[in-house]
Design a protein around this ligand. Structure first.
Ligand code: SF4
Ligand code: SF4
Length: 80
């Protein structure tokens, strides 16, 4: 039962090579669970990263991102 609850948690899915590191999603996330990485992607931008917990699935990050394929919000259960 516990693992079922964890498995259904929403989280952002980032395609780091589509991310331009603009930080809009970081600023917009009401839970503060996104950050800009220290490394660079294949295009030379520092991509956004998920801290790993705390996402509510609100999708505000998705709606604030100007890059069509950089960030989505998934439910782990829905991916299975
Ligand atoms: S879905 Fe909401 S809580 Fe989750 S990372 Fe995006 S803005 Fe933050
Ligand atoms: S995911 Fe989108 S909004 Fe967030 S830093 Fe990357 S390009 Fe900007």
């Amino acid at each position: 039962m516990c693992s079922k609850e964890v498995a259904s948690l929403p989280r952002p899915v980032i395609d780091e090579n589509e991310c331009k590191g603009c930080g809009r999603c970081v600023a917009a996330c009401p839970k503060g669970v996104l950050m800009i990485a220290d490394r660079v992607n294949c295009k030379g931008y520092r991509p956004v990263e998920y801290l790993g917990e705390g996402c509510t699935g609100c999708a505000i990050c998705f709606y604030n991102c100007p890059e069509p394929y950089a960030i989505e919000v998934h439910d782990l259960e829905g991916d299975e």
